[in-house]
Structure formats: structure tokens, C-alpha cells
Design a protein around this ligand. Structure first.
Ligand code: TXA
Ligand code: MG
Length: 318
């Protein structure tokens, strides 16, 4: 496995060719790092599942460089979903739509739907374009962590997570730290109104306004879908607490307006919600590196991203 920096001017050609030849390429997006495989290559996708140790019935998101590739993967896109796509892409939004014939069971986990996203990160964009120039159609990419672990937000996080499982032809693209740090908002767009399956950086009010239809809350729909929901997910080794006061030697994550209690170990002091989201996963990784057994998180209750942050951390305490 090789790690290649985005400062190496040859990286787009090298990385796209690797994908086309069926190797795996981990790459940065604005949300988290993805572990990419040619979405039409069953062997490559199957290796990606092995590297992640992910159950085969968990569908993966297809990443494309521009909206012209959407119709290759999906059919029957409702008008409101087209509006969302045109407005929010490239960006941290995944649309779940009815799949086309090229979205095979090995991508969708056997479901009739498929998730698609255009990431807003220069390196991801360049990689996808270059791959499409070689005749590729889309890159399947789950977060580049082992199943059940916290998503990686830097190339070194990716190495720590999966380097032991990659082989010498695979590649990790180093594009620095992810700017958002939390996974994309997932919207199921197969019914009359969109349903939030996973909250993210897009605020509900914005989605309502652009879609022109009221979005349904994920809480109400947890029973409808099973993938990645209602389960303990995204978890560090340390036990996570959202209530209570940390004691000496416990980890502590809170906005910088909160003082560090007792002799706890301050893992992050973000100045606002967006920094909180960006630093959360790396702070949890730090807790594991320090060998801490407990981490207390003071989650922002209001403001941008508070729903998305609460969604992720509440799954860590299950
Ligand atoms: O920000 C992101 O979305 C990142 C970056 C790399 O793009 N990707 C990501 O992928 O978080 P992953 O596989 O770690 O999480 C995707 C979630 C999973 O919970 C999966 O079950 C769900 O999306 N998903 C994917 N396709 C789906 C589908 N057709 N129907 C329902 N859920 C789906
Ligand atoms: Mg994931």
C-alpha cells in the first residue's frame, strides 16, 4: 500500500488508473475519507467490503463528479430531488433513489435503491473526473474505517484503520484534514417527500426551502429503514458519556467556553459547532491513543450541526 500526497502532480492519473484496474484508493472528501472502488467492478467492491469487514448487505454510496452521471445510476428521480441535487451538489448530501440496471446487488446490498453523492473536495472531484475520463462511471466509497469504528478525517487516520488490510497495489491519497468532519446528510427521495435517514451538515430548513416540500424527520422513520440505524455504530474503544462529570484521567470534549473539570484530559476545545464537528472524531481517536477508558462529551444542544453531532454521539453510548 502506498500513500501519495496531493502535492505530487502525477497523483490524479496514478490514482484513477489504480481504480480502473480494480485496486482500492482511499481519498479525502469534505465530510470524511472514503475507501474507493470502481462501482462497476464486483471484485474491487468485494475487496473493499473485506478491507472494512463490513457486512455485505450494507449498501455503499456511489460518488460521481457531476450531475450528468446521476441518470446512469438511478431512475424515476422526483422533481424535488432534482432541485436538491442542483442546489446542494457538490456537497455533503447523499440522495437515495431507485436504482438503474447498472447499480448491481453488490453495491446496493440487494436493495432496489442506491445512494449517490457528488463530493465537494478538489481532490475527490479531480479523482472522479479522471476516473470517468478512463471510462469509469462512479466510485463506490464508504467511510475508510473498519466496520463499527469512527470515520477517518485524515490520511493518517485511514492508515491506522486499514493499512494492515490493504495490499501493495492499493493507494491512500493524502489531502489533509476533512473540512466538515461528519458524514453526509442522507435523504431518501423515493416517496412524495424526502426523508432524512442520516442528519448532516445540511440544515432541515434549507432542505425544505429548496425541495419546496417538507422533509420528514429521521426519528419518525427509523423503523422504515435498517441500514446503519438504530444500532451502535461509529464507536471509539473508550466508553462515551453524555451526562455526568469527568474525573481525573477521563477524557473531555466540549466547546472552549466550558472549563475542563477536575483533572480530566481535554481532548478538544472547539470554538464553535462547526469546529466541534470537525474535531470530534479525531478527538475520540486521541482518547484511544492515550488509552483512556472513559470520555465525557458536552454536546452543543442548539445551533448548526447540533442534530448531526447528537446523532453520531448518541450511537456511541448504546
Ligand atoms: O459523507 C459520506 O457520506 C461518506 C463519504 C466518504 O462520502 N461516506 C459514508 O459512507 O459515510 P458509509 O458507507 O460509511 O455510510 C453510508 C450510509 C450507510 O449507513 C449505508 O447503510 C447508507 O449510507 N446507505 C447507502 N446506500 C443506501 C441505500 N440505498 N439505502 C439506504 N441506506 C443506504
Ligand atoms: Mg461509515
Amino acid at each position: 500500500m502506498e500513500v501519495i500526497s496531493s502535492f505530487n502532480s502525477d497523483w490524479p492519473r496514478i490514482a484513477a488508473l489504480k481504480l480502473k484496474l480494480g485496486h482500492l484508493v482511499a481519498f479525502p472528501t469534505e465530510t470524511v475519507y472514503g475507501l474507493g472502488a470502481d462501482a462497476q467492478n464486483e471484485f474491487a467492491v468485494s475487496r473493499m467490503y473485506e478491507v472494512k469487514a463490513r457486512p455485505r448487505n450494507h449498501p455503499v454510496i456511489i460518488h460521481i463528479s457531476s450531475i450528468q452521471y446521476l441518470d446512469k445510476w438511478v431512475i424515476n428521480t422526483p422533481e424535488y430531488a432534482k432541485k436538491l441535487a442542483n442546489f446542494f451538489w457538490p456537497g455533503p448530501m447523499t440522495l437515495i433513489l431507485q436504482r438503474s440496471k447498472i447499480a448491481k446487488d453488490f453495491i446496493t446490498g440487494g436493495q432496489d435503491s442506491v445512494g449517490v453523492r457528488i463530493p465537494n473536495n478538489k481532490i475527490a472531484q479531480k479523482l472522479l473526473k479522471e476516473f470517468e475520463d478512463l471510462g469509469g462511471c462512479g466510485v463506490a466509497a464508504p467511510s475508510a474505517n473498519r466496520f463499527g469504528q469512527v470515520s477517518p478525517t485524515s490520511a493518517s487516520d485511514v492508515s491506522e484503520e486499514i493499512q494492515d488490510y490493504l495490499n501493495s497495489s492499493d493507494l491512500i491519497l493524502n489531502g489533509g484534514s476533512c473540512t466538515l468532519g461528519l458524514e453526509s446528510t442522507i435523504l431518501d427521495c423515493r416517496s412524495k417527500s424526502p426523508i432524512i435517514l442520516r442528519p448532516g451538515a445540511l440544515e432541515k430548513e434549507m432542505i425544505n426551502e429548496i425541495a419546496g416540500i417538507k422533509v420528514m424527520d429521521y426519528d419518525l422513520t427509523n423503523k422504515i429503514r435498517t441500514s446503519g440505524q438504530n444500532k451502535s455504530h461509529y464507536k471509539p474503544k473508550a466508553l462515551v458519556y453524555l451526562k455526568g462529570v469527568p474525573q481525573t484521567g477521563d477524557g473531555y470534549i466540549a466547546l472552549n467556553s466550558f472549563k475542563t473539570p477536575n483533572d480530566s484530559v481535554r481532548l478538544a476545545s472547539p470554538k464553535d459547532n462547526s469546529q466541534f464537528a470537525q474535531q470530534l472524531y479525531s478527538a475520540l481517536r486521541l482518547a484511544d491513543k492515550f488509552g483512556l477508558t472513559r470520555v465525557f462529551i458536552e454536546v452543543p444542544r442548539t445551533g448548526p450541526l447540533s442534530d448531526a453531532i447528537m446523532d453520531r454521539v448518541s450511537k456511541m453510548v448504546l
